[in-house]
Unconditional design. Structure first.
Length: 136
């Protein structure tokens, strides 16, 4: 049986490589910022699954960057967004199409990883850990 990580490797990689790009642009990004931004996004999608209005988000600037950039990746995987070329024409990029439940599960998996590596390695532990596996 295929592990969760193997089944969703491309999605997890897309999200984590974006987190690293944000970290490179904002070296003061901490694990707690990543966790809170991802958890806010998870809550948004859970509210959507339940047909509820999402609660108002109270995020700092770094958490908002995480939320916005990772939301775009999720929206692409959900088929809700389409990347465009410089002329505004749709680009076919062949991403794995996911359900809302699958997106929520992927976000939960990364949140658990952020929590683990922040406990193990301090405020930058998660970013230090994923840098070993992701080249951007």
């Amino acid at each position: 049986m295929m592990s969760f990580e193997d089944q969703y490797m491309d999605v997890l990689y897309n999200i984590e490589s974006q987190i690293l790009r944000i970290y490179r642009d904002h070296p003061n990004l901490c694990g707690v910022d990543v966790e809170r931004g991802l958890d806010a996004l998870r809550k948004l999608y859970v509210a959507e699954i339940r047909g509820q209005q999402p609660k108002k988000l109270m995020l700092n600037s770094l958490e908002t960057i995480i939320f916005d950039k990772i939301r775009l990746i999720c929206e692409l995987h959900l088929g809700k967004a389409q990347p465009l070329d410089e002329d505004g024409n749709p680009i076919e990029i062949g991403l794995t199409q996911l359900t809302l439940d699958e997106v929520v599960q992927c976000l939960k998996r990364i949140i658990r990883s952020v929590q683990l590596w922040t406990r193990e390695g301090g405020s930058k532990g998660y970013m230090t850990y994923i840098q070993q596996f992701i080249e951007i």
